[in-house]
Design a binder for this molecule. Structure first.
Ligand code: SF4
Length: 238
């Protein structure tokens, strides 16, 4: 009997794999129990495009906060058309109106952590409880918090394997892929929005500002609580 491959072994090997190889491993290892999570930023578009080249059968879901920009909703429609997939929308338990009734108007302007918990973290946790692995499009040079992200790791916060095929990609590589393969992307990226989230918490950045300065502007918050980097390995990969 073959010795089970430990996650640590796979983690080490995966650091020299291409994004295509990481996704191939993910689909072969987890089948229908792995899915791409995307909010359709430019990195998410690259991940989806590469996934379409290595598999005819891959799943994409989005945690739809119901506060996306119209451009983002339109991009989701384009993704479904171009790749012939149905993007699963995972919604918060509270509608925007119910949230306002329970927690007051514009919670994002008073307590964005609580708003993100309701509209992003809880729906993601609910969705991930049905999977064995999830795929995100974070890159190490996006934020300090993401700098130690591995391509494959154990996500202790949500209790499953997390796969980051673009962990070592640069911004330039992402845009090269977009242009080379004519991948659709959110037109807001061309209007000084390098990072796009909810309408209430995203603004255009000024020349010279950090690319993520437009997210939760005025707060020290830099993450929505979905990406907690924990490179510690779990027992086994399969
Ligand atoms: S990004 Fe803003 S609006 Fe969206 S869930 Fe978080 S706090 Fe709420």
């Amino acid at each position: 009997m073959n010795k089970p491959v430990s996650l640590e072994d796979v983690q080490i090997a995966a650091e020299s794999w291409t994004a295509e190889q990481v996704l191939q491993w993910a689909f072969q290892t987890f089948g229908n129990d792995v899915a791409i999570s995307s909010a359709f930023g430019v990195e998410g578009m690259v991940t989806i495009d590469i996934a379409s080249r290595v598999s005819k059968n891959f799943s994409v879901f989005t945690v739809d906060t119901e506060f996306f920009f119209p451009e983002t909703y339109s991009l989701i429609d384009q993704v479904e058309d171009r790749y012939g997939i149905k993007v699963e929308r995972v919604y918060p338990l509270l509608s925007p109106e119910e949230q306002e009734r329970l927690h007051g108007a514009a919670l994002w302007g008073r307590n964005p952590d609580q708003c993100c918990e309701i509209r992003k973290v809880e729906p993601l946790r609910r969705k991930l409880s049905h999977l064995r692995a999830w795929i995100s499009s974070i890159r190490r040079n996006q934020t300090e918090n993401r700098a130690s992200a591995r391509k494959i790791s154990w996500d202790a916060k949500f209790g499953l394997i997390k796969i980051n095929p673009l962990a070592d990609w640069t911004d330039q590589q992402v845009w090269n892929h977009i242009h080379q393969h004519k991948v659709p992307y959110n037109p807001l990226h061309d209007q000084s929005y390098p990072s796009i989230g909810c309408m209430h918490c995203t603004r255009a950045v000024k020349p010279g500002e950090d690319p993520r300065a437009g997210r939760w502007s005025g707060f020290t918050k830099t993450e929505c609580g979905l990406h907690v980097i924990n490179p510690a390995p779990a027992e086994s990969a399969t």
